[in-house]
Design a protein around this ligand. Structure first.
Ligand code: ADP
Length: 151
């Protein structure tokens, strides 16, 4: 069974993440969406909310599960016996950043990072932009799956 984790903050899940997960499912038997918990980071949505948004978006997709983790991604991969990390690439800045992380991860553990280019239609979407739109009462619903709604 080929299993991959898709790590990130998902604050909140966007249509860009959604696209990568959907396409990841065609490449792997299981995609484990892994929400990293970083004590020093401030989030707009609580861990429970971020997890619930993703679970609801993929409630009809049995190959997708959602977990949370602390610490190094490669340590978590070893813990759950996963050999692949899935990441999305939007632009050259993502590439440079992701390259450094992937090389470091390869130094730390025998783990392959698999990159998918974003769909052209969602390549401009970032969680930080969605948060800005929400803070300023804009229509964020065009940027996120239906499961992401603010009460
Ligand atoms: P991080 O805190 O690691 O940046 P994110 O939740 O922002 O976490 O992103 C997790 C993964 O999703 C990363 O691989 C990132 O490149 C990818 N990603 C983010 N936004 C998009 C998008 N619009 N299209 C495709 N992939 C994306």
């Amino acid at each position: 069974m080929k299993r991959a984790i898709f790590p990130g903050s998902f604050d909140p899940l966007t249509l860009g993440h959604y696209d990568i997960i959907k396409r990841g499912v065609t490449l792997f038997d299981e995609i484990i969406v892994a929400i990293g918990v970083n004590g020093s980071k401030k989030y707009m949505f609580s861990l429970e909310e971020r997890k619930a948004f993703i679970e609801a978006a993929f409630k009809d997709e049995p190959k997708v599960s959602v977990v949370t983790y602390k610490g190094l991604t490669v340590d978590f991969c070893a813990e759950i016996n996963v050999k692949f990390i899935l990441r999305g690439l939007r632009n050259p800045a993502d590439f440079e950043f992701e390259k450094a992380i992937a090389h470091t991860n390869r130094d730390l553990a025998p783990i392959e990072t698999v990159f998918l280019l974003t769909a052209a239609s969602t390549s401009y979407i970032a969680s930080s932009i969605v948060r800005d739109v929400i803070r300023n009462n804009g229509d964020y619903t065009k940027l996120v799956p239906n499961s992401v709604r603010i009460k």
